[in-house]
Design a protein around this ligand. Structure first.
Ligand SMILES: C[S@@+](CC[C@H](N)C(=O)[O-])C[C@H]1O[C@@H](n2cnc3c(N)ncnc32)[C@H](O)[C@@H]1O
Length: 254
């Protein structure tokens, strides 16, 4: 097995790995939050989607809204898959390869809304990296604009250990996924073994299971005001045992 960076070969099987995810349902939830709960304008909004992966959520959002979305990710392989998927939406999409774990600036700023969904945040392992994400978001937005992101918590890893192994096929590829959670360190490690026509590859994904309090403290440090912290996919307030938290934060000054 050859070890490669996360989201290189995985880009080839990612859609199959995520086949269980209801992306239309995610898009409906997000649009309900932006349109009905936050009362954001229905006019075409300029949106930056960070960590957009292969564009599965982007496609569902574009189909259900008038949004113009700049699609970004640090993995070239994931972004190429997104570009192919979104070929029917070229007038409402742009591509920008952003790595938000270091200093970054987005093309086409300022944006009305920024998104980072489905665990991209958990790939940030240190507070300094979260600082780079938040400072970049402040620069890419404008005073009063919103950043909506989600995170998985230690409870998600602890409560869902039954789903720590999976395997499947996607075209000429087969994959095996296995996870470990280190409760003391709050570190979730997932190993993918992917076999295909070019051989066998291993990707090791390390993610931090941040707690509600840790993220609250980091937001406050970066002048991002918490508008809402929802218990995953609901409009109920997040709490200490939430498995997933959807944060809506406002940029106080850019
Ligand atoms: C679990 S996938 C989610 C993709 C997509 N949002 C979805 O819902 O299917 C996490 C994505 O975050 C991206 N990612 C992780 N760390 C990143 C970083 N520092 N900068 C940009 N993208 C990052 C990965 O490349 C990957 O595409």
């Amino acid at each position: 097995m050859t070890t490669v960076h996360p989201y290189t070969v995985l880009a080839r099987v990612y859609d199959a790995v995520m086949a269980h995810v209801d992306y239309e349902g995610w898009a409906d939830y997000l649009l309900h939050v932006t349109d009905d709960v936050l009362d954001m304008p229905e006019a075409p909004m300029r949106v930056l989607e960070l960590g957009a992966g292969t564009g599965l959520l982007t496609e569902a959002l574009l189909a259900a809204s008038d949004w113009h979305i700049t699609v970004s990710d640090r993995s070239e392989d994931m972004l190429s898959a997104a570009q192919a998927r979104l070929a029917g939406f070229t007038e409402r999409t742009a591509i920008d390869p952003i790595d938000f774990s270091g200093p970054w600036k987005a093309m086409g700023a300022p944006f009305d809304l920024q998104l980072l969904l489905y665990d991209g945040f958990n790939y940030l392992l240190h507070p300094e990296q979260v600082g780079h994400l938040f400072e970049g978001v402040r620069t890419a937005g404008k005073p009063g604009s919103l950043f909506l992101f989600d995170q998985s918590t230690p409870h998600n890893s602890i409560n869902n250990a039954d789903f720590f192994e999976d395997e499947g096929k996607a075209g000429a590829f087969s994959y095996h996924r296995s996870s470990l959670f280190d409760v003391e360190q709050g570190m979730h490690t997932t190993t993918f073994e992917i076999k295909g026509p070019e051989g066998g590859f291993t990707e090791v994904h390390r993610q931090r299971a941040w707690t509600l309090d840790q993220v609250s403290a980091l937001l406050a440090r970066h002048a991002l005001e918490v508008v809402e912290a929802f218990d995953g996919f609901s409009l109920d307030p997040a709490h200490e045992e939430s498995e997933r938290i959807h944060w809506v934060v406002r940029i106080l000054d850019a």
